[in-house]
Design a protein around this ligand. Structure first.
Ligand code: HEM
Ligand code: HEM
Length: 197
């Protein structure tokens, strides 16, 4: 099995990172939307928030490891003949997705650090995480928490838009352009070529 990327295909590690994180981000998004609709005082809601925070930190750790792996590997080239504006859209879209994967957990972490409730964050009830220093420019604790909540929500909605565009682009490559772009994110055996099929 091909572990590392080549200039024409993704290796097993990049593929595993992509699909693990896709699942995790989708799960965190849905959990975030569900838990904020529930009675905030119910014990079950509290437990869901703790799961959301714990898996949010897993996402942060994974995206940092993924970016390190990406820096150490070649990036597969886009198919020949792809117009410049689609290449640009692909670069911007991927940068936006990486940005969302970093800024969502960071804004969440800052939000719980600002909370006047001072609820500790203990990952999976085992690993305590310290609160971050919250910029004083955001006002007192309650004001800072409210701003960061909005920021977190906006980043979440931005993630949804980016992912929908991203999936539409992947389907266009597969069904309309009929190239290897989607298949090479599923199997390392497609790594042989970036030509059209
Ligand atoms: C990549 C990871 C994350 C994603 C995709 C994500 C996504 C979301 C979404 C979609 C919501 C609902 C926002 C709304 O519509 O009101 C939410 C709420 C929330 N998230 Fe995250 N989140 C992530 C990481 C984190 C982390 C690491 C923390 C804390 C350490 C956190 C803390 C919270 C809290 C406290 C809320 C509830 C805010 C409220 O009460 O309105 N999140 N998250
Ligand atoms: C059904 C859902 C998804 C499909 C079909 C899909 C498909 C793909 C494909 C085909 C590529 C390779 C593009 C290329 O060769 O240049 C890719 C790359 C990427 N995807 Fe997805 N994806 C999905 C979900 C997600 C989600 C939920 C995220 C993040 C929240 C995500 C983040 C990324 C990133 C950051 C890259 C760039 C990888 C790199 O070159 O560093 N994807 N995706």
């Amino acid at each position: 099995m091909q572990i590392r990327n080549t200039t024409s295909g993704f290796g097993a590690v990049a593929i595993a990172f992509h699909w693990t994180m896709a699942l995790l981000m989708a799960g965190l998004f849905v959990l975030g939307k569900i838990m904020t609709d529930l009675d905030p005082m119910a014990p079950d809601t509290f437990a869901l928030y703790q799961w959301h925070k714990s898996f949010g930190f897993v996402a942060l750790a994974l995206v940092l490891a993924r970016l390190a792996w990406r820096a150490l590997n070649p990036s597969p080239e886009l198919p020949e003949g792809m117009p410049w504006y689609e290449r640009l859209a692909s670069r911007l879209g991927h940068a936006g997705l990486y940005g969302a994967m970093i800024l969502l957990p960071l804004s969440g972490w800052l939000m719980v650090s600002a909370s006047p409730w001072g609820i500790p964050t203990v990952l999976f009830e085992v690993l305590p995480v310290p609160h971050l220093p919250v910029p004083t420019a955001l006002g007192d604790k309650a004001a800072a928490e409210a701003t960061l909540k909005s920021v977190h929500e906006i980043f979440g909605n931005l993630l949804l838009v980016l992912v929908l565009l991203h999936v539409a682009a992947a389907l266009k490559h597969h069904f309309i352009n009929r190239d290897v772009v989607l298949r090479r994110m599923i199997s390392t055996h497609v790594a042989g070529s970036s030509r059209r099929i």
